[in-house]
Structures are given as structure tokens and as C-alpha cells.
Design a protein. Structure first.
Length: 146
């Protein structure tokens, strides 16, 4: 990625297969050319707060949406969500949980923390592509951004 300030979608996913499927689905639907995939919650926070290897990124830039898995190494998705939604400058970024968990407690907790949408990953590739397309169409094209 040449310019980290051009990122439109931050995909936080530790499963390389799921990350690749999401990226393929986004590209297949011409929804975004500027996607950054990070493999854990700590790296997501580093990007969002311009720390570590992302220290050169403009701290005022943020992605249009964050696709966030819940079960992540280092810092889990719920903690990433908690940090973002408690930050007055970052809480306006739409966060869409894209996870395999159908646990009612996970759904309730993430909505309590301020998630904008909770989507269970379909197992079938075609359904996964459809779900990612719908996410992109709504959050990138229909939803009014600030």
C-alpha cells in the first residue's frame, strides 16, 4: 500500500482465507481499491492511532469503514471496539463486526459497545461474497459519510 492515508476499508481478520475471500469479494464488486488487511487487534489500533509501523500515517485520516472480526490475537475485537467507541474522534467510524460467532452474548455486548452492524460470516463462498457486497454497497455507497 503506497499511501496509508488513502485506505477506505480496514479489514481486521486473523484468518488468511477469510481475509482473502473478503478482499476478493470487494474487488469483484468494484467496491474499493484501497483496503488494508491487518491480522490482529493490536495492529488495527496501531494503524488507527498512527503508531508503530504506521507512525508516518496522518493521524487525522481514518477509513470509511472497519470490518472487524471478534476472535483476534493480541487484542480481541471487542477490546478494539471498546477503545474506538470511547474515543470522541474515532467513534464516528462505522464498525461492522464480521465474525463466525452467533453467540447472543457476543451480539449483545458488541451492540452495547457501539458496533454499527453485526454480521455472521456465511460459510459458503458465494454467500460470503454476497454478504460482503451488501456491506460495501450500504456502507460505502448508500450510507452518508461525514
Amino acid at each position: 500500500m503506497d499511501n496509508l492515508s488513502d485506505i477506505e476499508i480496514l479489514l481486521v481478520e486473523d484468518n488468511p482465507n477469510d481475509a482473502e475471500m473478503a478482499l476478493r469479494a470487494l474487488k469483484q464488486n468494484n467496491l474499493s481499491n484501497e483496503v488494508l488487511i491487518v491480522g490482529d487487534g493490536e495492529e488495527a489500533l496501531d494503524y488507527l492511532y498512527s503508531r508503530g509501523k504506521y507512525a508516518d500515517k496522518c493521524p487525522d485520516h481514518h477509513p470509511k469503514i472497519i470490518l472487524l472480526d471478534l476472535k483476534l490475537p493480541k487484542v480481541d475485537g471487542k477490546e478494539v471496539l471498546r477503545i474506538l467507541k470511547n474515543d470522541p474522534e474515532k467513534k464516528i467510524i462505522p464498525v461492522i463486526v464480521l465474525t463466525s460467532s452467533q453467540e447472543e452474548s457476543d451480539i449483545l455486548e458488541t451492540y452495547t459497545l457501539g458496533v454499527n452492524s453485526y454480521i455472521v460470516k456465511p460459510v459458503d463462498f458465494d454467500n460470503f461474497v454476497d454478504a460482503v457486497r451488501e456491506i460495501g454497497l450500504y456502507w460505502l455507497l448508500l450510507n452518508q459519510q461525514f
